[in-house]
Design a binder for this molecule. Structure first.
Ligand code: ADP
Length: 769
């Protein structure tokens, strides 16, 4: 037995080897075993480190107690002891055999870490991981006789690591998928280790722009906003940082935009408590912050509105019977601020005579939930003020009144103004009623609401004519349409109403009236009402008609003798044109000029009566405007040699017009230009195109016109008043006729002028192609 000393300390495995009858095996009794096997076996058996020996060419297996647990129960132990390698490890032989061959062939040891070598144990084939080394065992003849495997089973560690990896994976996946922006910054440079889509969206970056880069390199836009300092602090102190609604500029829509963020920086520490990374979580709360700002803004605006409206605000708790109010409320009672006014004091400051008003308003609140009344209060200084109270009732869940909120307004001035207005209106009516003229008023919309007594006396009607615009019935039916259209034009434009129309008298007769109405405006220029008068002009109108009739008759009667005189003057001129009697020639020239003037005057007068009676007719034809202008210039130039008339033609357009009348207009312009510019030598005429009109303009450098006269010169018999007037004889009808002629041609007539700087009179005729 001495020879088997090498098996002495082998524990269970030593015992098994000792007890085995090896004589029947190819290796023979232990006593015959080579020294190299004995030595290796004794080392392995006494080692506490797991070891396995493959021996000889059959690779017979020996193992120690420390290796034993790796074989499990119900498995290879103990029958693989001394068994051929191929048989003992049949299930994994294709993994083990190449490694063993390598050792045999090269004589070099192998090293495998966490290598999967499944093993049949515990009644099944289990996945087992090993970290092991195969090293050669040399025999006495220096050749490799076996392989020593020192190994540790690392299955548990491998599983634990896998578990950890899985957990990590899960953790990362969780971060990636959570609906909150999350990321991890690694190390002191804050390298973006992981960031989910929401975080990328928050940063306004793509993953490739920022992943695995220091955050302030991948997102330089975030620099200089204090975030570096915060992160450094979290990293060095290990204390988390939370921010609410922090404004940060970040890339948005191709530029930088301020966004508001809620975020958390949470330090992540290792087992030694050292910060290794920072976990960050953020939410974009821009929309909420913006709407909060808007609310604050609108609250501010509301308070500005309330302040400027001078409304006192109050709230009354119906259950507690207590009230609160603002400073303005107290100021309406004459106090400086709300602290100076108590609920009790308010009760004493209410005007006792208005008790019934307040009571009935309070009864109404119960029915309608709305409070609205006007009553008086005593001011702190004893004066009496009118206030308007408005309020709304609020109800609790049981539909019981819980509180009331509302406003009060000092309406003392308003009341006084209204009272004054009523008094003034009363006075106006008293006055208006005594007037022989018709006086009437209308509201801003043009609805007539008042006639003075004269209207009722004249028409024999009563106030019902004010209803539904039935007043129009007092207007003669021929004048009604134009009356209505002029009136509604004044209402919409705010311009004065002026109209001559007939009113039907009680006896059915109608008389001409000149009606005028003016709008009354408030301080802001808004129309408050219209005041109108109608004056009887019937007699004047008749006289006017008689005058027109007379003018018409006279001009007719005058025309024949004047034409005859003109003819004889012409005959005389022809007859004596070569006479040497200078006096005769001069007298005939003067006669001719005066007869021409007289003819023009009579023709003009006749035209006026034609215009009045509507019998001025046009004989239209197509002609070149320049030819007409040249003819007229020649004619005028002939009579007025003092002035030089220059014609500038910018168009050669033809017009479709009454040649005779247009000549008359131009003659009037030129005669006036010469007449009203005695100190100047030139008059210029220009023909051109202006928009869709052919325009002819006559410019002189004469006395010019005042602004207010420019429109009026086209009125009948209008002559500019002033000291120059006597120097320039005339009737004031030439321009009236000219404007009527141009109006009948659907053209335009006008004047540009400045006092003392000459005038440009022009007419425009529409181009008709
Ligand atoms: P009149 O016969 O008085 O000239 P018109 O109807 O032709 O009548 O002219 C009306 C008024 O217009 C004239 O009285 C004059 O005051 C003014 N007027 C007309 N043409 C000119 C002009 N070229 N320069 C200044 N005032 C003019």
């Amino acid at each position: 037995m001495n020879q088997l000393k090498f098996l002495n300390n082998g524990g269970e495995m030593g015992k098994l080897i000792r007890e085995r009858d090896w004589s029947q095996t190819p290796i023979g009794k232990p006593e015959t075993w080579p020294q190299s096997l004995r030595t290796t076996l004794s080392i392995v058996l006494s080692s506490k480190f797991p070891g396995f020996i493959f021996w000889g060419k059959d690779l017979l297996g020996f193992y120690n107690d420390a290796f034993r647990p790796s074989l499990g129960n119900e498995g290879k132990h103990p029958h693989i002891l001394g068994l051929k390698g191929e048989e003992a490890w049949s299930e994994t032989w294709d993994i083990i055999e190449p490694l063993l061959s390598k050792v045999y062939n090269t004589g070099e040891a192998t090293w495998s870490e966490d290598h999967l070598i499944p093993i049949f144990r515990n009644n099944r084939l289990e996945d087992v991981y090993w970290t092991f080394s195969y090293s050669p065992i040399f025999d006495e003849s220096d050749s490799i006789a076996g392989v020593l495997s020192t190994c540790v089973e690392t299955t548990k560690e491998v599983y634990a690591r896998k578990q950890l990896q899985k957990a990590n994976q899960q953790y990362f996946e969780n971060i990636m998928q959570t609906p909150v922006a999350m990321c991890i910054f690694k190390g002191e440079n804050f390298i973006v280790e992981i960031a989910n889509d929401m975080m990328l969206e928050l940063w306004g970056k793509e993953a490739h722009q920022i992943s695995n880069k220091p955050i302030f390199e991948g997102l330089p836009e975030a620099k200089g906003q204090g975030l570096e300092d915060i992160m450094n602090q979290v990293y060095t102190t290990g204390i988390k940082f939370e921010a609410n609604e922090r404004a940060v500029s970040l890339p948005r829509n191709g530029g930088l935009e301020v966004v508001y963020l809620n975020f958390l920086y949470q330090p992540i520490k290792d087992v030694n408590g050292e910060v290794k990374s920072i976990f960050a979580m953020g939410t974009d709360v821009t929309a909420q912050v913006v709407s909060k700002h808007k609310i604050i803004e609108s609250e501010k605006k509301l308070s500005v509105v309330i302040d400027s409206s001078k409304l006192g605000i109050w709230e009354f708790d119906s259950k507690e019977n207590t009230g609160i109010f603002n400073d303005r409320y107290a100021q309406i009672f004459g106090f400086e601020n709300k602290e100076q006014l108590s609920q009790d004091m308010i009760g004493k400051l209410l005007y006792p005579d208005d008790e019934t008003i307040r009571e009935s308003a309070n009864i109404k609140v119960i029915e309608t939930g709305i409070l609205n009344y006007e009553s008086r209060i005593y001011n702190e200084d004893g004066s009496i003020h009118w206030i308007e109270v408005n309020g709304t009732m609020f109800y609790d869940d049981d539909n019981k009144p819980s509180k009331m909120m509302g406003t009060i307004k000092d309406i003392t001035d308003e009341k006084k103004y209204k009272k004054d207005l009523i008094e003034r209106e009363e006075k106006f009516r008293l006055l208006a009623n005594e007037m022989p003229q018709f006086v009437w008023t209308a509201d801003a919309n043009g609805t007539l609401n008042y006639f003075n007594k004269s209207v009722y006396n004249y028409t024999g009607l009563d106030e019902s004519i004010l209803e539904n615009d039935s007043w129009i019935s007092i207007v003669h039916h021929e004048d009604q349409t134009q009356n209505m259209s002029l009136w509604s034009n004044s209402i919409t434009t705010g311009s004065d109403f002026v109209f001559e129309h007939r009113f039907i008298r009680e006896d059915g007769e109608s008389r001409w009236q000149l009606s005028r109405a003016k709008p009354l405006k408030d301080n802001d220029g808004k129309i408050q009402m219209w005041v109108g008068t109608s004056t009887d002009i019937h007699d004047m109108k008749e006289l006017d008609q008689q005058k027109d009739f007379f003018i018409s008759m006279a001009s007719h009667e005058l025309r024949t003798p004047i034409t005859s005189v003109k003819g004889y003057v012409q005959l005389l001129k022809n007859k004596y044109q070569n006479s040497e009697d200078a006096f005769l020639i001069n007298a005939l020239n003067i006669l001719n000029k005066q007869v021409t003037t007289l003819t023009t005057l009579v023709t003009d007068l006749l035209d006026v009566s034609k215009i009045k009676s509507g019998s001025l007719l046009l004989k239209k034809s197509k002609f070149a405007i320049n030819e007409l202008v040249e003819d007229v210039i020649q004619e005028i130039q002939h009579i007025n040699q003092h002035h030089q008339i220059i014609f500038c033609q910018e168009t050669d357009k033809e017009v479709f017009a009454d040649r005779e009348s247009i000549s008359q207009v131009l003659i009037n312009f030129l005669t006036n230009a010469v007449k009203y510019s005695p100190d100047s030598l030139n008059v210029s005429v220009k023909s051109c195109i202006d928009n869709n009109y052919v325009k002819v303009a006559v410019t002189d450098k004469g006395i010019g016109l005042r602004e207010e006269d420019k429109k009026k010169v086209f009125d009948r018999f209008y002559r500019v008043e002033g000291k120059n007037e006597k120097t320039f004889p005339g009737f004031g009808i030439g321009l009236f006729i000219a404007s009527e002629i141009i109006r009948k041609h659907n053209g335009k007539i006008g004047v540009d002028s400045k006092m003392g700087q000459g005038a440009t009179f022009y007419f425009e005729l529409p181009i008709e192609d």
